[in-house]
Design a protein around this ligand. Sequence first.
Ligand code: F6P
Length: 326
Amino acid sequence: MTEIKKIGVLTSGGDAPGMNAAIRAVVRTAIYHGLEVVGIMEGYSGLINNDFIEMHSHSVSNIIQRGGTILRTARCEEFKTKEGMKKAYQNLINANINALIVIGGDGTFRGAHTLYKRYNFPVIGLPGTIDNDLFGTDYTIGYDTALNTVIQAVDKIRDTADSHNRLFFVEVMGRDAGFIALNSGIACGAEAILIPETKTHVHDLINILDYEWRENKKSLIIIVAEGDDAGGAYSIAKKVKQEYSKYDTRVTVLGHIQRGGSPSCTDRVLASTLGFEAVKAAISGKTDIMIGEINKKIVFTPFENASKYNLKINKNMLDMARVLSL
Ligand code: F6P
């Protein structure tokens, strides 16, 4: 096992609130243990293009409260190619970096796993994504903040829905996962929640609307995950409207507002804990794993499993949401 003297840290994939808190924890823990730290700009692109900066304790001052990522981020296609990864590896070796800490989601971990497999290069991952769709941690960094952003927005939309007697379809992020939709839907008392993990039938939705109409409920919120099998919020609203037009209907797509903003206390503490533990794990020779927290305990999950075994949605929560909104 090579002694770890210098580590690299990068953020990759979609930004998530709390990534800066994680970078801060990695940098300061590494310095405390006598290591040198290099920040790699724009994820795997910076690794390929040799865009490295030396990091010191003061490099991460005053960032714990900031959204986004000071190291910036990217979704890098070139890193998926053999040539791209080879360049990245050579740059790591030339810079005398002995271990890499990556903060991102499943795409980031797939890249990290290949880097480890191909070159036996030590890599540790921190779950940084608003989607909460990784196996091996109860929560991902950024999820709690994104949920709170969504519920603040939907509460405001509810005021208008209520004042105007309107039906709103609100689209939230989640291309492949319905965690944001499900939990924000419950927290906002949504009348229906549409997620990619369950089949959406427009006629079932119309039955709900008709029931509510007959019950004299004239303002409704339907939360739609962007990856729902029946389409996004605009497309589902259109299909419904064609067959059932009693409600005055509006659509709101929350979009990237969900990715920004100051991280919540929960995200800051999670990011700090995982960053601190990740450096210790790297020093002790761990590699090819994502570090997570389950039931308040630090857990290491092989990259392959973190991105392959997606967390299952608890479908009972969908039934509960419906009962509680009646
Ligand atoms: O993975 C996080 C996420 O915000 C998804 O929920 C969403 O589908 C995707 O990123 C959007 O990515 P981009 O910002 O690259 O369009």
